[in-house]
Design a protein around this ligand. Structure first.
Ligand code: CU
Length: 289
């Protein structure tokens, strides 16, 4: 079976932070369910191949999902169908009754999405064809609250906010519990915007799932550092370089692929902010578990 994953490394080399959804890992997932239809996917199904006989079924009819996930039902046609919870908590076709739609059975090419926020087993059916076995079951599993993920060498990699693709962090965990990151971003004023990067170096205690990097007086190698004043080689001269303590940044790691960064800078134009981060890439040979 061929892998359907995109070639991640190739994509990364094409544009480090410019790809919005390469490995975007969402908190919740949408599960597609086909409703009815007129022939089976493999042309060899239970009605004997390419046939116009209506399929009186949901596909899949059994799902195991997590709290917060959604299920999108899409009518494939062939007959009037809808999708109706056995406990009557929702009924959908051209939209859901509870949210202003019309859950009456319809042969149109309708799509409806239902969100499951409560753990348990949800049985559902089509009003037209329940007696013919057009039923299904969704097991909604409870999900533990996000736990912090201790910072280790496997935290190293590329992290970004997919809603703000085009900037992001390279993170490296160095020996001695040293947290090093570089934020490749831009200057605050769009009109004069230019590439800008912040060098972030601090330390954490083993087992910590967060690290705070605060200004360090008199140490030009720790803290959140903004370097300005120098130019591209051959015009670069370190004597032109001005290193400024930028402010404070805190990284909170939720799991292997999710983190939050918050910041507070007294420098003009930066201020206070936060971003949700996702891992875009890891380091070869270091697998976070
Ligand atoms: Cu039906």
């Amino acid at each position: 079976m061929r892998s359907q994953n995109p070639p991640l490394k190739y994509a990364l080399s094409a544009s480090l932070f410019g790809l919005a959804f390469i490995c975007s890992v969402a908190w919740s997932k949408d599960w597609p369910v086909k409703v009815g239809g007129t022939q089976t996917d493999d042309s060899g199904g239970y009605y004997g191949g390419s046939t116009t006989t209506p399929i009186i079924a949901f596909n899949p009819s059994q799902l195991s999902i997590n709290v917060g996930d959604t299920v999108t039902f899409t009518n494939q046609g062939g007959a009037k169908h809808n999708v109706h919870a056995d406990d009557n908590s929702w009924r959908c076709a051209a939209g859901c009754d509870a949210t202003g739609g019309n859950g009456d059975p319809s042969a149109a090419g309708w799509t409806s999405t239902v969100t499951f926020n409560t753990a348990g087993t949800v049985k559902f059916h089509c009003d037209e064809h329940q007696a013919m076995g057009m039923t299904g079951t969704i097991v909604v599993n409870s999900v533990a609250a996000p736990q912090g993920k201790a910072i280790t060498n496997t935290t190293s990699g590329v992290w970004y906010d997919h809603t703000q693709s085009g900037q992001g962090f390279m993170v490296e965990i160095l020996p001695g519990n040293v947290f090093l990151a570089v934020w490749f971003t831009f200057a605050p004023q769009a009109a004069t915007s230019q590439q800008n990067w912040l060098y972030i170096q601090g330390s954490f205690s083993p087992g910590d799932d967060s690290v705070t990097v605060a200004p360090v007086t008199g140490n030009a190698r720790s803290g959140v550092l903004l370097n300005t004043g120098a130019a591209f080689p051959p015009n670069f001269s370190s004597t032109n370089l001005t290193t400024t303590q930028w402010g404070t940044m805190k990284f909170d790691f939720d799991d292997c692929n999710h983190a939050t960064v918050t910041w507070n800078s007294p420098l003009p134009g930066y201020g206070v902010g936060t971003m949700n981060l996702e891992r875009l890439a890891g380091v070869d040979g270091l697998t976070c578990q």
